[in-house]
Design a protein around this ligand. Sequence first.
Ligand SMILES: [Zn+2]
Length: 151
Amino acid sequence: METKTIINQLRMKMGMSQEEVAEKVFVTRQAVSRWENGDTVPNTDTLKLLSELFGVSVDELLGLTGNSVCQCCGMPLNAAVVSSEKDGALNTDYCKWCYSDGKFAYTDIDKLIDFCAEHMASAEHPETEVRAYLSDMLPKLKYWRQRAEKS
Ligand SMILES: [Zn+2]
């Protein structure tokens, strides 16, 4: 589920108007309306206030379930590692190591595989095994699929 739907549903469940939520988290009613329309996502500080107001975790507000992974490197995503845009709005598709300041850290899938293989390899999972896994898994992620389509 997307953040816009989650915020809308939690607000309805609490029986609050957009004005009431806005007042509690120190934003304008228009800001709440933009979140619910999916135009913007609350920034980190506001998410914390919303999580207190609604009694749910920030991960839940962002729609990050245990199944959410970075669409570039495949690492599990939660509120602590999620990326953000230049204006501070969170981008829940990517981790902060793959995407920051509007730019992607990796444009070459082989470089990412090199980097991950080095860090993920262990006695239990030798580098060749990790590489095989990454070579299979990474191209299925959104970022690499989009790049493949463009080229
Ligand atoms: Zn990543």
